[in-house]
Design a protein around this ligand. Structure first.
Ligand code: SF4
Length: 341
């Protein structure tokens, strides 16, 4: 049996051909599965023999939700996978639509010191179906269309790039989830060779780079990956991505009290980024239990923001979504893993 959530339109067409069916049937199956949320393929408007063949060969890998936390701005879901591993996803409720933030790995090996997920080492990459399944569960649970996709939950997406590229293709399919590529954002902590690989793919999603420091010395103290790739290398790769795909790059910057939030850091960051087609997304830190960091005070954040603005840098400030539902990545899983593993 093949999990239909794991197949891109082209791979489904190929599979149908192998089964002796017309590949064009994919154009009937996918709108039913993703648009009408069909899980029972026997309800497809096809001949009895075809339906029997399809339902004997395909299934849809639904996820099991073991916990859901709800707030006005964000709902958080904890899912148990078929092997018992736990992952989490967030539904972000914006005025302009719903956005789902998906995880790409079970745990994460990047070890960012401010991140709850970094404390839970990577167990494995998620399959395509397990990533698509997060969107589909939430789509069904809310009963609404999903307008945007953020590939920035637990895990480093570029370390699971082949599967993530399939996820992007499935999410974009116009007769399916139909999430426009301009509404898909992939966030990386800066895996340089993979940024070039993504630039060469046919998926021009928005690229967000977790920078969090204006120089390598400071970055190395909070992000171990800074020992592998320098900021100069990351900026070169991100600029290549930006030029190839005509996309403005986002640099994420989490405000850590007394660590990376000084006026000097803001000026250094402005000087570093001013030649680039980019903007900075300032993020209020949402500390998990036992975190060694605190969020910078509001006045400090505004001071940092003003310096970037005065130096001509585009700045956005991420609304603090769902602090009451542990929306910082990895917090729900970190708080529950012990009782489920
Ligand atoms: S911030 Fe992202 S890359 Fe860093 S440890 Fe957490 S999940 Fe991994």
């Amino acid at each position: 049996m093949t999990d239909i959530y794991g197949l891109t339109p082209a791979k489904l067409a190929e599979k149908l051909k192998e089964l002796g069916e017309k590949p064009s049937r994919a154009g009937i199956i996918l709108p039913a599965v993703y648009g009408e949320l069909l899980t029972d393929l026997t309800a497809l408007p096809l001949k009895k023999e075809t339906i029997e063949k399809l339902s004997g060969n395909f299934f849809s890998g639904e996820l099991e939700c073991v916990k859901k936390l709800v707030s006005d701005s964000a709902d958080k879901y904890l899912f148990r996978l078929s092997d018992g591993d736990l992952i989490e996803s967030v539904l972000m409720k914006h005025e302009f639509g719903h956005n789902v933030c998906v995880s790409t790995q079970v745990g994460c090996n990047m070890g960012c010191r401010f991140c709850a997920s970094g404390k839970l080492r990577k167990v494995r990459d998620l399959t395509v179906s397990e990533m698509v399944g997060q969107i589909m569960y939430i789509r069904r649970d809310t009963g609404t269309r999903i307008n945007g996709l953020s590939i920035m939950g637990i895990g480093e997406p570029l370390e699971n790039l082949a599967n993530v590229l399939d996820l992007i293709e499935i999410a974009q399919y116009p007769k399916g989830l139909d999430i426009g590529v301009k509404h898909i954002t992939l966030s990386t902590c800066g895996i340089v060779p993979k940024i070039y690989e993504l630039a060469d793919s046919s998926s021009p999603v928005n690229l967000a780079v977790s920078l969090h420091a204006p120089n390598d010395g400071l970055r190395r103290t909070i992000m171990p990956t800074a020992n592998r790739y320098s900021i100069a290398e990351i900026i070169k790769a991100a600029s290549c991505y930006s030029e190839k795909n005509n996309r403005r790059i986002t640099f994420e910057y989490v405000m850590l009290d007394g660590v990376n939030d000084s006026d000097e850091c803001a000026s250094e960051l402005a000087a570093l980024l001013s030649p680039l087609n980019c903007y900075v997304n300032i993020i209020r830190y949402n500390p998990s239990d036992g975190s060694e960091f605190r969020c910078s005070p509001h006045e400090r954040i505004m001071g940092f923001y003003d310096i970037l603005k005065k130096n001509g840098i585009g700045v956005t400030m991420r609304r603090e979504l769902g602090a009451s539902v542990n929306a910082a990545c990895g917090q729900l899983r970190a708080g529950t893993a012990a009782s489920h593993k």
